[in-house]
Design a protein around this ligand. Structure first.
Ligand code: MSK
Length: 672
């Protein structure tokens, strides 16, 4: 513990491992500007809330049913009930699935807005957007069962792309309001996983329907069986993972291009001293893509010069950053916990936000500087602050709106005062979509996951772990991600990463091919060096966790590693999550058959019965389960133990003395 003279503020070296964050936190404190790191020191968490045992769903409460020491150690009978008689199981399960509903609604509503823009583009009503990836469009059409060819003079020819896009957009949009049947994309999963969903009745009928049903079931006096409540949570989560999120990722790829490896830079040092700094922040790329296009227009460059600036730097924050990074190589200024610090550099002319993970304090911090805090979405405005501006983004006039925003930023450049930009930046290689991984492993003409499977079977690679999710001001910034990932990589696990976890990796130097020689175990290092990939693959934003599902599905399809996702020597982890979206994501991985390790507890401790259901019983139902371990290195070892169990079940636990597998060998393992 470093020394501090003021217990009401955070000790920078204790709350982050990132040097730029530490420097900026010191600077903020010297100027008397409060940040989330300081508030986390001053404000303690509510014990009852963290146990999930406060019921606020009717006006006779809130009823609070804290877990006593006696109930915990079994010496006291658990007689806790709310005013209406609700048990701790009902209260905790209701609260949890409402969080799942909120998380799924957030990602899926983002998906809806992308789909509406896609449809407007297909109808030629949103002229600034176009079809950038026609191959992906045709692939998506296939998942919807839409014919991609048409017969002309007895010959099948490719269907007109605009005509196809229109049908794809209409079909996609119908998935939100569908009331019966099942979502089209569920059939993308391995058949055995799909069959498990059928058996347990968790196939979502429509994306919105499952969210609404959670709100109904958790109303006062409706569903009072925690197992039935959690079952609906599982069903809703699939509507997001294999529905709203996955369609959003796919349609964004069609609109803006499927990511392929590119280089990028990360950290606050990307901000410029002599250019107009525009930060795009949030999750939805519809606005940021247009800003990236517009800044390069000669008229916009001239506008910057007329204000005394030497051009623009558009950098990103949170997952909007990941979106423009993986498609354009645009720099990342920082992650969720660095948003206030970016403004405190004094060098940001405009903080342009869309949806999700935008701290309300940004409006307050912006007032201490010249920064314009620009909201752009009709569903995400901010009432506070003299520097707050709303520019309503309209898809039909997207480029014009982007120019309007850029001009506000450029007009603000002459108002810039003293700046304090840390020099820290890191280089990284990013953009490993499922398609890109396939290409890297097998090449253009024989792209395949088979080489990856072979290396898992022969033991060079021990397993695959998706480490994703947010930063959380209650744990040391970046540390939990980096410590866990280094341990996994050292033990020959290839790591797939997204969101703010990916940014922690970038800052820690884990996203370069050269890092394999430094951090990876010998088997993984050999594979990475042969193929030329980093040991940690950046797959995009938190929405893009659906890419991890499709990559894992490709692994099952490539053969030799079981029949369903639950058979894979694989796991998921969110060591520093904070958002309800992360709960929705975690649940869709569990329902898909994945072991999910979290480093921040779910609010379920108030009901040991519900906790046991999530951490044990769910495995019998779906093949996946939740696990909690706050120590990132211990958590990594629990993940490794789980992977080893899966390897043993596949009969590849002894295959670590490397053997070359041919198709016959793989079929033998398949049959075992
Ligand atoms: S931005 S949801 S803090 S990953 Fe996607 Fe980062 Fe979590 Fe927001």
């Amino acid at each position: 513990m470093s020394e501090t003279t003021n217990p009401k503020v955070a000790v920078p070296e204790d709350v982050s491992i990132d040097s730029a964050t530490i420097k900026m936190l010191r600077h903020a404190q010297s100027k008397g500007v409060e940040t989330i790191f300081d508030r986390a020191v001053k404000m303690k968490q509510c014990n009852i809330g963290t146990e999930g045992i406060c019921c606020k769903i009717c006006a006779q409460g809130p009823c609070r049913l804290p877990l006593t020491k006696g109930i915990k150690d079994g010496s006291e009978k658990d007689t806790r009930v709310g005013l209406c008689g609700a048990t701790p199981e009902t209260i905790v399960a209701r609260n949890l699935i409402r969080q799942i509903a909120a998380g799924c609604a957030s990602h899926s509503d983002h998906g809806r807005s992308v789909t509406e823009t896609f449809l407007a583009m297909a109808r030629k009503e949103a002229h600034d957007y176009t079809i950038k990836d026609e191959i992906k469009l045709r692939e998506v059409a296939g998942y919807f069962g839409i014919p991609t060819t048409v017969e002309v003079d007895g010959v099948q020819v490719p269907r007109d792309k605009w005509d196809l896009a229109l049908e794809v957009g209409e079909t996609a949009l119908s998935q939100w309001g569908q009331q019966q049947g099942e979502l089209h994309y569920l059939k993308r999963a391995p058949k055995a996983t799909y069959d498990r969903w059928t058996k347990h009745g968790v196939k979502p009928r429509g994306i919105d329907r499952e969210v609404v049903e959670i709100m109904h079931r958790t109303h006062m006096g409706v569903d009072q069986d925690y197992r039935n409540l959690l079952h609906q949570g599982a069903r809703c989560s699939l509507g997001n993972g294999w529905g709203g999120s996955m369609m959003a990722t796919d349609l964004q790829d069609v609109l803006f291009g499927t990511p392929y490896p590119t280089t990028g830079k990360i950290n606050l040092g990307v901000l410029s001293r002599d250019k107009v700094n525009i930060i795009v922040h949030g999750h939805d790329p519809l606005v940021s893509e247009m800003i990236v296009c517009a800044v390069n227009l000669p008229e916009m460059q001239e506008y910057a010069r007329s204000k005394g600036a030497n051009g623009y730097v558009v950098s990103g924050m949170c997952c909007t950053a990941n979106e423009i990074l993986v498609r354009h190589g645009m720099p990342i200024a920082g992650d969720y916990l660095q948003q206030e610090l970016a403004v405190i550099t004094g060098a940001v002319e405009a903080m342009v936000v869309d949806v999700q993970c935008v701290m309300e304090s940004l409006a307050r911090v912006s007032e201490c500087y010249h920064t314009k805090f620009i909201t752009t979405m009709p569903i995400a405005k901010c009432a506070y602050g003299k520097n707050t501006v709303h520019v309503n983004f309209e898809e039909h006039a997207a480029l014009d709106k982007a120019k309007e925003i850029i001009k506000i930023a450029a007009d603000n450049f002459p108002n810039r005062g003293e700046t304090h930009i840390p020099s820290d930046t890191n280089r990284m290689v990013v953009g490993f979509s499922t398609e890109a991984i396939k290409y890297h492993l097998g090449g253009t003409f024989r792209g395949s996951f088979v080489p990856l499977n072979d290396n898992i079977i022969n033991g060079r690679i021990r397993g695959i772990v998706g480490v994703v999710g947010c930063n959380n001001a209650r744990v040391e910034h970046d540390e939990v991600h980096v410590a866990m990932i280094k341990e996994l990589v050292k033990n020959d696990c290839i790591v797939l990463t997204t969101g703010c976890s990916a940014m922690a990796c970038g800052k820690a130097g884990l996203l370069t091919p050269e890092s394999a020689a430094v951090f990876a175990g010998p088997g993984l290092a050999e594979v990475c060096e042969t193929v030329g990939i980093p040991p940690v693959l950046h797959m995009g934003s938190c929405l893009d966790n659906s890419r991890i599902l499709t990559a894992a599905t490709e692994v099952v399809k490539a053969g030799g590693l079981g029949k369903e996702l639950a058979d894979l020597p694989a796991a998921g982890a969110a060591p520093g999550w904070m958002s309800e979206k992360a709960i929705g994501i975690g649940q869709y991985f569990v329902t898909s058959g994945v072991y999910v390790m979290i480093g921040i507890p779910l609010a379920i401790a108030g009901s040991p019965v519900v906790k046991a259901h999530l951490e044990h019983d769910m495995e019998e139902l779906y093949g996946g389960k939740w696990a909690y371990e706050p120590d990132p290195v211990k958590a990594a070892h629990k993940i490794l133990a789980h992977i080893d169990v899966k390897r043993a079940a596949l009969g590849i636990d002894k295959a670590r003395e490397r053997v070359l597998m041919d198709m016959t060998d793989r079929q033998k393992i398949e049959a075992a």
